[in-house]
Design a binder for this molecule. Structure first.
Ligand SMILES: [Zn+2]
Length: 199
């Protein structure tokens, strides 16, 4: 199953599309919030571990469309301005978790997207890179963290480009202005001889 790094990066990229003034502070806030809420659905695993359960609890109610709509809409109400686009962005950030889990391979991947109407865990089994199943009952947190490190670095490499690409796309007008300013500065200036010869 993907780790919070992958979910957080996808959520941060989606959060960058939130409405509002395109300032760094505003965009950063939306990205941090998008990243955090995209990682939240794995809380079902934490609850299961707390109750003595195992990793098989992963992909349950918190991975559903209903949970995404509830959490995303609540976050959109807290963020300003409150708009339909904001609601769509934050719902999409939460829902991205379940959809990404649906792409994972093997057991414990997938998501119960249509909970509570159906408990079927949807799993397309397309990604084979996430065979990481921590077991707090048998491993110390230090062992789990060490096992997770290469997966985190892998996810950083694979998913890190997504929020960067969205940021560039979102600020494409500013990027174009910066590039044109840069090209004007770098253009060679005419020498005095060329100016006099032109007269
Ligand atoms: Zn998950």
């Amino acid at each position: 199953m993907p780790l919070p790094v992958a979910h957080g990066l996808i959520g941060a990229g989606i959060g960058a599309l939130a409405p509002g003034k395109l300032t760094w502070q505003r965009t950063l806030l939306s990205m941090v919030v998008g990243g955090l809420i995209a990682a939240i659905p794995d809380i079902d695993l934490v609850v299961a571990w707390g109750m003595g359960g195992g990793v098989s609890a992963h992909g349950s109610y918190t991975h559903s469309i209903l949970f995404a709509v509830g959490l995303g809409a609540a976050v959109a109400l807290l963020m300003r301005p409150v708009t339909w686009r904001g609601a769509a962005v934050f719902i999409a950030a939460v829902l991205s978790h379940g959809l990404l889990d649906c792409l994972t391979k093997d057991e414990f991947g997938g998501a119960a997207l249509f909970w509570p109407f159906s408990r079927v865990v949807w799993n397309l089994g397309l990604l084979a890179n996430y065979e990481f199943f921590p077991n707090p009952a048998r491993q110390s947190w230090r062992e789990i963290a060490l096992d997770a490190l290469p997966f985190c670095l892998h996810e950083l490499r694979v998913y890190g480009a997504f929020p960067v690409a969205v940021l560039i796309w979102r600020s494409r007008r500013q990027c174009a202005e910066m590039l044109s300013l840069l090209s004007r500065r770098l253009r060679p200036k005419p020498t005095n001889c060329e100016e006099q010869g032109g007269k």
